[in-house]
Design a protein around this ligand. Structure first.
Ligand SMILES: Cc1cc2nc3c(=O)[nH]c(=O)nc-3n(C[C@H](O)[C@H](O)[C@H](O)COP(=O)(O)O)c2cc1C
Length: 223
């Protein structure tokens, strides 16, 4: 009688997965630039060069009026002295969260380098002009979706999406400079930015930049 092969449980599969496979980069916290923007740009550039998919994707965590957290992935639009920027529809759940609680966390993960960056800080909308610029730089399909303005609402009939998209596309063809007024470029001004470099032996290196006046203090953290 053939012995029955038992397939592994999800738990067993999860336990068998490798973490931090392959060569990892060196990170010396003694040799870092004075601002988190500069170190972030170095790490982002290394992730892009190494071929990390969507290296500019990040998790935005917000809190609702009752404190309930929500998280979702967004694309980073810019990094500069003012902070880290992303764009979305102000009427979406995340936009409503940010209106109620104008603070958030951003988390990046670059698996090829075993690197994580975590930011926390206040979030403010940019000027309508900058939001409009961001909107007009989006693809036609993305602008049409934003124009429909239905993101995250319950969808009773999938056909409604095609109908709304066609209607929005026709409108954008007639009015190519149309800007959805709720489309908003937000900037998170971090009070802390943590750089986390994974290590196979679990001696991870963690360095946090903490806002101090106009500058930044640096603090190492236990792994
Ligand atoms: C890789 C990736 C990039 C995304 N980029 C954006 C973005 O830049 N802006 C946006 O509003 N949603 C983006 N989304 C969709 C969001 O994750 C989310 O589903 C949507 O914004 C609704 O979120 P909310 O219901 O919390 O408001 C992206 C999703 C993925 C997977």
């Amino acid at each position: 009688m053939a012995t029955e092969q038992k397939s592994p449980t999800v738990r067993e599969v999860l336990r068998s997965l490798d973490v931090f496979a392959g060569a990892l980069p060196r990170f010396d916290p003694q040799e870092v630039p004075g601002t988190p923007q500069d170190l972030f740009t170095e790490w982002l550039t290394e992730a892009i060069t190494a071929g990390v998919r969507e290296p500019h994707a990040m998790t935005l965590s917000t809190a609702g009026p009752d404190g309930t957290p929500s998280a979702r992935v967004l694309l980073l639009k810019d990094v500069g002295p003012a902070g880290w920027s992303f764009a979305s529809h102000a009427a979406s759940p995340k936009g409503q969260d940010l209106a109620a609680t104008p603070a958030a966390a951003l988390t990046f993960y670059w698996p090829l380098q075993a690197r994580q960056v975590r930011l926390r800080g206040a979030v403010a909308p940019e000027s309508p002009e900058l939001s409009a610029q961001d909107f007009l730089a989006r693809s036609l399909g993305s602008r049409a979706e934003a124009l429909a303005g239905m993101q995250s609402r319950p969808l009773d009939d999938p056909k409604s999406v095609s109908a709304a998209t066609e209607e929005s596309l026709a409108r954008l063809e007639r009015e190519p400079d149309l800007v959805v007024p709720e489309w908003t470029l937000y900037t998170l001004a971090p009070h802390s930015v943590e750089f986390w470099q994974g290590d196979k032996q679990r001696k991870h290196t963690r360095l946090t930049y903490l806002r101090s006046g106009d500058g930044w203090d640096q603090q190492l953290l236990w792994p």
